[in-house]
Design a protein. Structure first.
Length: 635
């Protein structure tokens, strides 16, 4: 039994030893005497007496037992040989320096410099092997150098796998540096950041890549920040090969692991398409909005609302499944026309949402009319829907603002005499036209109107003219006769308006504004005695309406931000299209055009929506006021 127990103890000892790591530099001998001897060699090197330093390091290695400083002495000798371009002599010293592990202060440099030696000797496989030894926490600047070296060696060997690895290492290294730190030394082989990212994107977009290479690359970078590129590439290649199950798995993994990566939108699109392939549903809606350029912030906002209505991100949901074919119009009319023609050529795309800018919308309208594809523009361009039967518009309009405001003031508050101070430009003239029509329709009277130069800070002169005009002057009270003044400008000009009115002693009437007044800063403006400040907007996130509250809650949970008017109009546009598709799954483009033309009282988050006879979405807007330091809804 004693013999058996000894065997068991020996077995356990050997087993435990095998599970432990080999002795590292932390266990090496380190005494003051040894350190002092090593520092003498270091001082000679620091004094730039390189030949003497080399001899000193060699003597240190020979005359002292293997100790904590022995690996560094070999590292120094490797450096000295490297400086003299004695590549083959440097290699054994670098190898010796790494035998006991990677020292924190200089170990990664030793690996990199050994890789350089192998590269200079034409040993490219050894170069790759050494670079693969670099730990994941290697400093960013060294990653840039190492990635560049790998690319250079890969090109010599014509190894596409190692080349993309190098470019990915470069992208990772640069991502950890600020742009001001991107200038990495004087090395001839260092590849700059734009070249690196261009190479990676080119690889991702290239067709016909060997899937085995892609899988190897994805596995190598699986736990790293740049791993999104090979993972998305794997989804793409799987899709190209017709392996839809693997494509869906990779795309889903990509979205979960890299939710903010640059290919997220196209991955969502691919996943949605694959979902439709499973269900057999192929209905598509084209979306053309500016996602780059100076209008991109507006395009992104509208797209987020459209996505939420389509249920792209939980908890946003959709009652029927639809694929979004999203394209970037770049805010360019020519680009928008090209996109519309491309999308219209696909028979499964039954309608388009967008564009947004006036120039795009006006130039695109006759094109979509000729293509006979229903298009819902998110644009304020005047008279746009009148350009054809297939062009519709769902956006905040001057007509809706004025109609809602006058209806509230005239029919709800009983005001009958109005005046308007408007900007002397095309938009201002449109406000005047709509205001005159609506006031007359409600049985009221427009007793004063004055224009001002939009670029002028002075409102005194037009207000003085308004006060002194015969129509708006009340002789018996020495005051104005109008009960409400409409000022369709932005919230920034409201303090100027109130200050000028006070200066001219013009009081005793209500102030009316358009959507430009709806801003939190307005609540901080001194009202100057004006107790009635009423304005309108196309969306109010704090509305008590259930449909609006539900949208705001879902959108905030999905995107982490509060939706604005742009998200709301994009959301409603997609929702009434989905409602039509739910009722008529096999709807054609001509059927959709008829359905849109007949749409009445659709309960949207921006109000109850109906299309008028020319294709303009009309609705009663939110009526708002400032009360107790906040903007509140009037019902």
């Amino acid at each position: 039994m004693k013999f058996l127990s000894q065997i068991i103890v020996l077995f356990l000892f050997v087993g435990c030893a095998s599970m432990q790591k080999q002795p590292t530099y932390t266990r090496l001998l380190k005494t003051p005497e040894i350190e002092q001897s090593f520092q003498k060699a270091e001082q000679i090197l620091f004094d730039k007496r390189r030949d003497e330093a080399a001899q000193a390091y060699q003597n240190f290695i020979k005359t002292t037992p293997y100790n904590y400083y022995t690996p560094k002495a070999h590292y120094r000798l490797g450096e000295l040989h490297l400086l003299r371009e004695e590549w083959s002599q440097a290699v054994p010293h670098y190898r010796e320096s790494l035998k006991r592990g990677i020292f924190p202060e200089w170990g990664t440099k030793s690996i990199y410099q050994l890789a350089i030696c192998h590269y200079r000797l034409g040993n490219y496989n050894e170069t790759f092997a050494m670079l693969d030894r670099l730990p994941k926490d290697t400093e960013a600047e060294l990653w840039v150098k190492a990635g560049s070296l790998r690319v250079k060696a890969a090109r010599q060997k014509k190894d596409s796998f190692e080349e993309i690895k190098g470019h990915l290492e470069l992208v990772e290294g640069y991502s950890l540096l600020s742009p001001s730190e991107w200038q990495i030394g004087e090395l001839a082989w260092v590849i700059d950041q734009p070249q690196a990212i261009q190479a990676v994107r080119g690889w991702v977009d290239a067709k016909g890549t060997d899937i085995r290479e892609v899988k190897r690359t994805e596995k190598h970078f699986q736990e790293r920040g740049v791993g999104g590129y090979p993972l998305w590439k794997l989804a793409k290649v799987s899709h190209e090969r017709g392996d839809y199950e693997s494509a869906a798995h990779s795309a889903q993994s990509y979205l979960e692991r890299y939710p903010k990566h640059e290919y997220v939108r196209v991955a969502q699109k691919l996943l949605a398409e694959l979902g439709k392939r499973e269900t057999g549903v192929h209905t598509r809606i084209g979306v053309l909005v500016p996602l780059s350029g100076k209008y991109s912030v507006y395009g992104e906002s509208a797209l987020h609302g459209i996505e939420c209505a389509a249920g792209v991100y939980a908890p946003c949901r959709s009652e029927t499944e639809v694929v979004l074919e999203v394209r970037d119009s770049e805010g360019d009319p020519k680009k928008a026309i090209e996109i519309a023609q491309e999308l219209a050529a696909d028979p499964e795309i039954i309608g388009l949402i967008g564009p947004m800018s006036q120039a795009e919308s006006e130039q695109l309208a006759p094109v979509v009319e000729s293509l006979q594809i229903p298009t819902i523009a998110l644009s304020q361009s005047m008279d746009l829907p009148a350009k054809g039967d297939f062009i519709f518009r769902n956006f905040l309009t001057v007509a809706d603002q004025v109609a809602t405001l006058v209806d509230y003031a005239c029919n709800k508050k009983g005001l009958k005499k109005f005046a308007i101070l408007y900007a002397k430009n095309q938009v201002g003239e449109e406000y005047l036209k709509q205001f005159e029509e609506q006031v007359k329709e409600c049985g009221g009277e427009l007793v004063g109107k004055e224009a001002y130069t939009p670029t002028s800070d002075n409102l005194l002169n037009p207000l003085r003219a308004l006060k002194n005009s015969r129509e708006s002057y009340a002789v018996d009270s020495n005051q104005v006769s109008f009960e409400a003044l409409f000022f369709p400008d932005t919230f920034r000009r409201v303090p100027d308006l109130i200050g000028s009115l006070q200066f001219l002693n013009m009081t005793g009437f209500a102030l009316l504004g358009g959507a430009g007044w709806n801003h939190p800063d307005l609540a901080q403006v001194s009202t100057g005695g004006f107790t009635e400040m009423t304005f309108v907007d196309g969306f109010f996130p704090d509305s008590g309406e259930f449909v609006a509250k539900d949208f705001v809650a879902s959108f905030q949970a999905a995107y982490g931000i509060e939706p604005t008017l742009l998200e709301a109009y994009g959301y409603d546009t997609m929702r009434f299209l989905i409602d039509i598709l739910k009722r008529r799954p096999d709807v054609s483009r001509f059927d959709l055009q008829d359905e849109l033309a007949d749409l009445k009282n659709f309960p949207g988050v921006t109000g109850n929506i109906s299309f008028d006879r020319v294709g303009d979405a009309r609705r009663r807007l939110f009526v708002l006021t400032v009360k107790e330091g906040t903007i509140q809804e009037l019902r």
